[in-house]
Every structure is written in C-alpha cells, then in structure tokens.
Design a protein around this ligand. Structure first.
Ligand SMILES: Cc1ncc(COP(=O)(O)O)c(C=O)c1O
Length: 387
C-alpha cells in the first residue's frame, strides 16, 4: 500500500480546468443581458479561426452538430458511402447516418490507432464519396496519404478534429486540410464550453450556409434581429436545425482558447511523467508523433499488454475505480455496436486491428486540471494493479 494515505476524492476522468477568467466572463455576459448567441460567439469564432489559420469558422452546440452540418454541406446523394474509422466515438458514424449517408468502416493501425490509408483505399467502391478521418487522441492521421487518396478518387474529406485542436502537420493545423474540420468542446476536450463545437471550412459561402442551417434555416439570427440597430424580419430558407452555441458557452470558450497553449504545455509535462513512470509495466504506451507532426495530447491511451499480464483490461478498470481513479475506454469499435451490426451487417473479425485495440485500451486521467499529486496517485494505482 502507498506510504501516504490513499486519496479520498474520486479522480474524475477528463475533469476540465476552468479558471477565474471564465468565471468573470460568464458573469459579465450575464450582466450584459445577452446570454444567447451573439457578440461573444462572433468573437470566439474569429479567434478560433485566427488560431487555426482557417478561412471560416462557425460555432455550434456540439462536435456532432459540426460533423452533421459539414457532411450535409457536401451535398451528397442519399445512400452515398462515407469511409471512416471504427476506432472513434459513435458520434462520427452517427453523424454520417444523420446526413443520409452510409458509413463504411475501415480498419485502423494498431500502433497509432488512426485510420490506415491502405485499409481506407481497400474500402473504396463506386459509391464512395467522402472520407472522415479522426485524429485519434490528438495524433494527426497520415493526412498526406489520405489527401492523396481523396484526390485520386475525387473524394471529399471532413476531418474529425474532436481530439486535435492543437495538432499540426508541418506547422499547418489539422482541420484545414480537408473540405471541413469539425471540433468538439465537450467537457473532457482540450478546450471546453461544456457542450459546443466548431466547423471550419475553406470557403465563406459554406460557413454562411452552415450558419443558417444551424438556426432553423433562418436568414437572420436573433442577435442580428434584436440588437440595438432595430428589428429586422427573417425568412426561413430551409427547415434547419437548432445547433447554435450560446454567448454563455462562448464566455468559457474565449478564455479556454487563450490558455490552450499553456494547458498543452502542462499536459506535455504530465505525458512525460506518465511515459517515464509507467515504462516498465505491461502496457503498450502511446506512440510518438513522426517528425514535423505536433500531437494535440488529448488522451493518454494505453493498451494492456496481455502477453505480459494476466490482468484483463476490465479488471484494471475495476480495480482503478476501487482506488478512486476514473479511467476512460476509447473506444469499443463502432462497428461492433448493435445498431451498426444489425443495420450494416458488421460482425466481430471484420476489423481486426480496431477490435484488438478495443479489447485492450484504456485512457488515464489526463487534463490540465490534474495536479502533480493526482498524477502521482494514478501511477501508484497502476503499480498496485499491474506492478
Ligand atoms: C472523435 C469524436 N468525434 C466526435 C465527437 C462528438 O463531439 P460532441 O460530444 O461535442 O458532440 C467526440 C466527442 O465527444 C469525439 O471524441
């Protein structure tokens, strides 16, 4: 057992760091009397666009909404196929279905857990129209290969950047390579607005259409109708959705964005600590990015190495939970969930690498909110369970 008393507080997986700047901005937003979508959202969009170097950005209520509206904006025909990875959150595939398209899962690489370009190319059929690569855990996909495949086969690309805000390839941000980049500001993400998302794109006109689709299909949003310049009527140009981000949420986002790099630096320290302290345990540690690639360091995801331990992944999760350490599982492969099996006929054995990862994976508590003591407790707990 450890020398100092064991922790009495449960270490919640992915608990965010929210500072005094966010608190003050939220109060200022409330005091401004405008808490719905308005000037703070516009500022957040502009600053996010500047951070990424993207031509356009639209803030939305979730990353799922961003994926849905980006896929819809591709204007594909119902039943067209979109290839994605099974090693992702279900939202990636669900959004493809919501857009009236058919998700086709390609296998991932076992080490990087990212879409394997060779497997992706193998899944292309005459009905394939788009690819949704996911930069898993914050490690950029092999976009050079994926974009070349897209060009060869005339396919659109929507990057799922839910894990990858800070990720770059040769200095260029993930999310700016494809037709669209979709970001999530869910509570566990590197930047959180509690719930929220952003879609970035190459052309302003896409952004304008997405903005309209995100708010009932109305030609003018509430801020532009009610603000002090006088009332303006709107026209409904399509039956849109209710996917807008609020100024209250953007109050968080503005300050989370301002400290994105210092939080990344903090996570880099934690990453190095975990790497050094867990090296000798029966775990396969996260891969290192290749030269010229910046990892967004979103998830510290390991595989339990069953050639070196008889303790199963689920036993590790259970025992860590008893020690008040909350871990995550990223992910049980999407093709094995019952909807995807039943609707599209997927079965165990179809995607061996995603299934290999899915059976062994676990993600450690890892966020800018973690203290040195928290990280030390995580390591001590892992040593008790697997040492
Ligand atoms: C890879 C991935 N894609 C999409 C999403 C969906 O984002 P959101 O929860 O903001 O809808 C998430 C996160 O939750 C995710 O991890």
């Amino acid at each position: 057992m450890p020398d100092r008393p064991w922790r009495d507080r449960y270490l919640v997986f992915g608990a965010p760091y929210i500072g005094s700047e966010e608190r003050a901005e939220i109060l200022a937003c409330i005091d401004s009397t405008w808490v719905g979508s308005g000037p703070r959202v516009e500022r957040f969009e502009q600053q996010f666009r500047d951070y990424l170097g993207a031509p356009s950005a639209v803030a939305l209520s979730s990353g799922t909404a961003a994926l849905h509206l980006a896929l819809r904006e591709l204007r594909l025909a119902p039943g067209d196929e979109v290839i994605t990875t099974a090693m992702t959150f279900c939202a990636t595939a669900n959004a493809i279905v919501h857009a009236g398209l058919v998700p086709v899962f390609a296998d991932c690489d076992r080490a990087t857990m990212n879409l394997d370009p060779a497997e992706l190319e193998r899944r292309i059929t005459p009905r394939t129209r788009a690819i949704v690569p996911v930069h898993f855990a914050g490690l950029p996909c092999d976009l050079r290969a994926i974009m070349a495949i897209a060009e060869r086969h005339d396919l659109r690309v929507v990057e799922d950047c839910a894990h990858a805000i800070e990720a770059t390839i040769d200095g260029r941000h993930c999310g700016t390579f494809g037709d669209f980049g979709c970001f999530s500001f869910y509570v566990t993400k590197n930047l959180t607005t509690v719930e929220g998302g952003m879609v970035v794109g190459r052309a302003r006109e896409h952004a304008d259409r997405i903005k309209i689709a995100a708010l009932h299909g109305m030609s003018k949003d509430a801020w532009h109708r009610y603000r002090d310049e006088g009332f303006v009527h709107y026209d409904v140009v399509e039956p849109g959705f209710k996917y807008n981000l609020t100024d209250l949420a953007a109050s968080l986002g503005l300050h989370q964005l301002a400290r994105l790099e210092s939080m990344w630096e903090r996570r880099r320290q934690l990453w190095a600590f975990y790497e050094a302290e867990l090296r000798d345990l029966p775990l396969l540690l996260p891969p290192k990015p290749p030269a010229g690639v910046r990892h967004a360091l979103h998830l510290f995801t390991c595989l339990v190495d069953d050639t070196r331990t008889r303790v199963s992944r689920d036993d590790v999760l259970g025992r860590l939970h008893q020690l008040r350490i909350g871990c995550g599982v990223h992910y049980r492969p999407v093709h094995l969930h019952s909807y995807y099996r039943t609707r599209y006929g997927y079965a165990p054995g179809d995607l061996p690498n995603a299934e290999f990862v899915g059976a062994r994976t676990l993600s450690l508590p890892f966020s800018g909110a973690l203290t040195d003591d928290d990280a030390g407790d995580v390591v001590r707990a892992f040593r008790m369970v697997l040492g």
